[in-house]
Design a protein around this ligand. Structure first.
Ligand SMILES: C[S@@+](CC[C@H](N)C(=O)[O-])C[C@H]1O[C@@H](n2cnc3c(N)ncnc32)[C@H](O)[C@@H]1O
Length: 214
């Protein structure tokens, strides 16, 4: 099995997506962590952190306590900091990615954890959750949303990016709609599709979804 440094930036994405479980995924992100920012900023031109943070800012006060779920190396945290947010926890599966996030200086808490089941956070712990590039094939599953609703206070917001095709094909639409039906959250905004990786994967589209927890 190749290691992160032995393959091209483009092939690394396939290598990540071919992970078969959370442990393998975490190990591969650990290996990629030091080169992730260079690949995403320069080879791919990753625009979703900025789009996500700016969309969140349309709904969330600047003194909010925010969880960046699947924070990775902290690209979303940097965008939130630029917009004036200061109380942000970085949570991720990969300690290697969290180490890079620590060096950014935009978070005040760091937690290694996996989305998908019960999270080690108190009920109503956050005013808002943001999750960018995490609800994607082989990463966090649709079942993640239930506990994100639990840890977000009533009236708080959950903001995430997703590919329109993934939304339907991987069961996210079904889960998102079921949580609307059950009254757990309400949809307040979904952006038009945009190109999050104009240089690296020009055919890929994302949308930013914003729900308010009831
Ligand atoms: C494509 S990166 C996005 C990182 C960051 N949000 C950004 O926009 O640059 C996906 C991140 O999600 C994390 N991740 C994948 N599955 C996860 C899960 N089930 N729970 C928590 N983090 C997960 C990975 O470790 C990785 O850091």
């Amino acid at each position: 099995m190749p290691e992160a440094g032995e393959i091209s930036s483009e092939d690394r994405v396939q290598w990540i997506y071919s992970s078969t479980n959370n442990q393998e995924l975490a190990e591969r992100y650990d290996e990629w962590a030091r080169e992730y920012d260079d690949d995403l900023n320069n080879t791919f031109v990753w625009l979703a952190p900025r789009m996500g943070a700016e969309t969140l800012a349309g709904h969330v006060a600047k003194d909010a306590k925010i969880l960046d779920a699947g924070a990775g190396t902290g690209l979303v945290g940097l965008e939130l900091q630029r917009l004036g947010y200061a109380d942000i926890c970085a949570m991720d599966l990969s300690e290697g990615m969290l180490d890079e996030a620590r060096a950014k200086g935009c978070y005040n808490d760091f937690r290694q954890m996996a989305l998908g089941g019960r999270l080690d956070f108190d009920t109503d712990a956050y005013d808002a959750v943001i999750s960018i590039g995490v609800f994607t094939p082989g990463h966090a599953p649709p079942s993640s949303f239930v506990d994100l609703c639990r840890i977000t206070r009533s009236g708080g917001h959950i903001v995430f990016s997703m590919r329109p095709d993934t939304h339907v094909e991987l069961g996210f639409k079904e889960e998102q709609d079921a949580l609307v039906e059950s009254g757990a959250w309400s949809l307040v905004q979904v952006t038009e599709p945009f190109h999050p990786l104009p240089k690296g994967e020009p055919d890929v589209m994302h949308q930013i979804w914003v729900y308010q927890v009831n």
